[in-house]
Design a protein around this ligand. Structure first.
Ligand code: BDR
Ligand code: CA
Length: 310
C-alpha cells in the first residue's frame, strides 16, 4: 500500500512532539516535511523545539520556519501549559540540526504545486501557515488531498468557553482553511480530552526503554503537571497525536460530517468552531468532525509507534 504523504504543520509543544514521533517512523506515513508556526510559544522557540525533537529522535526530516504571528490579530501563546521554552521538561544535546532556508509558506506552496495532489496537510497548531499559503497561491487548494487538524470543539473550548487554542490563536487562518472546500477532518477537544495521559500510561510507555520512549516520559512529566495545575486533571490530554493516529488507523476515531463555521466576528465566542451536530440548519456538511475515540486503541498506536525506534 502507498504511504500517506504528509506535511506536518505544528507549534511544538509537548503533544506536537509526540505527533512528530508517531508520524516520522510509521510505515503507513511518509513525513515529507515539518513546518513550524508560532503558537504554543514564539516562532523562535517552536522552530528550535522542532529541530530538537528531530535531532533527538535521529530522524531525517527537513524543518521549515513559517509565520511568527497570526494573519490579523495579536499573537497569543500557551506558556502556562508548555512552559517558557514551549517544550519544558526534556534536556536536549547541543543543537546541530539546521533549519531549512525556505520559508514554510513557500515550502507548502512549492511542495503542493509539484505534487500529484496526493499530499495530506496535517495541522497541530494555529493554521496560519496553511491559511497564508492558500491566500498567496490559491491554486494549491486543488492540490491538497485533505486537511486533518487538531483544533476546535463542538462542546467547550479550552481558552474560552467557546474556543480552543489552535483556532482562537488564528481564527482568520482557520476560516480560510475551513472555507477552502477541500476535505477537512477536525480532531477537536471533544475527543482529545478522552485520551488523558495518566501516570499509568507514562509508566507503560517508559517501560519500552528506547530513546523515543524516554523523550515521551520527559515530555509528559512537564505536560501532565501543568495540565493538572490549569485544568485539575491527573493526566494531560494528548491532543495532537490523534491526527496521526487517525491517519495510521482511521477506525480509532469516529467522525460525523457536519456544517462547521469558524466564528471570526463575535466578541464572546470568537474562535468557536460552530458545528451543526444535529444538522438543524440543513446546510451542506463542510467537515468531518471527530465525535468518538477508542482510547485503548489510541494508546496501542502510541506504544507501537514508540517501539519503532531503536
Ligand atoms: C492544542 O493547543 C496546544 O496547546 C496543543 O499543542 C494542541 O495543539 C490544544 O488546544
Ligand atoms: Ca500543537
Amino acid at each position: 500500500m502507498d504511504k500517506i504523504k504528509i506535511i506536518l504543520d505544528c507549534d511544538p509543544g509537548h503533544d506536537d512532539a509526540v505527533a512528530i514521533t508517531l508520524a516520522a517512523k510509521s510505515p503507513k506515513i511518509d513525513l515529507l516535511g515539518i513546518t513550524v508556526v508560532a503558537g504554543n510559544q514564539t516562532l523562535e522557540n517552536t522552530e528550535r523545539n522542532a529541530r530538537n525533537i528531530v535531532q533527538c529522535l535521529g530522524i531525517d526530516v527537513p524543518v521549515y520556519a513559517g509565520c511568527d504571528r497570526p494573519m490579523i490579530r495579536e499573537k497569543m501563546t500557551a506558556g502556562d501549559i508548555h512552559g517558557e521554552t514551549g517544550l519544558d521538561g526534556p534536556v536536549f544535546a547541543p543543537l546541530t540540526k539546521e533549519l531549512e532556508k525556505e520559508h514554510a509558506v513557500s515550502y507548502i506552496i512549492r511542495t503542493l504545486m509539484e505534487s500529484d495532489g496526493d499530499i495530506t496537510v496535517v495541522t497541530t497548531g494555529p493554521m496560519t501557515n496553511l491559511g497564508m499559503a492558500i491566500r498567496m497561491e490559491p491554486k494549491i487548494v486543488d492540490k491538497i488531498k485533505q486537511i486533518v487538524l487538531m483544533g476546535g470543539a463542538y462542546t467547550n473550548g479550552n481558552v474560552t468557553p467557546a474556543a480552543e487554542f489552535n483556532i482562537i490563536a488564528d481564527a482568520d487562518a482557520a476560516y480560510v482553511c475551513f472555507t477552502s472546500g477541500r476535505p477537512i477532518t477536525m480532531m477537536g477537544l471533544d475527543v482529545t480530552r478522552q485520551v488523558l495521559c495518566y501516570p499509568s500510561i507514562v509508566e507503560r510507555m517508559g517501560k519500552i526503554g528506547n530513546h523515543a520512549s524516554k523523550l515521551f516520559v520527559d515530555l509528559m512529566g512537564h505536560f501532565c503537571k501543568s495540565q493538572k495545575e490549569v485544568f485539575g486533571w491527573e493526566g494531560g490530554p494528548l491532543h495532537d497525536p490523534v491526527t496521526i493516529a487517525y491517519l495510521i488507523d482511521p477506525s480509532v476515531v469516529e467522525v460525523k460530517p457536519m456544517n462547521v463555521q469558524i466564528d471570526i466576528r463575535s466578541t464572546q465566542s470568537y474562535g468557536r468552531t460552530n458545528c451543526d451536530f444535529f444538522g438543524y440548519q440543513q446546510l451542506p456538511a463542510t467537515a468531518d468532525v471527530a465525535i468518538g475515540i477508542d482510547a485503548e486503541k489510541f494508546w496501542d498506536i502510541i506504544e507501537e509507534g514508540l517501539r519503532l525506534y531503536s
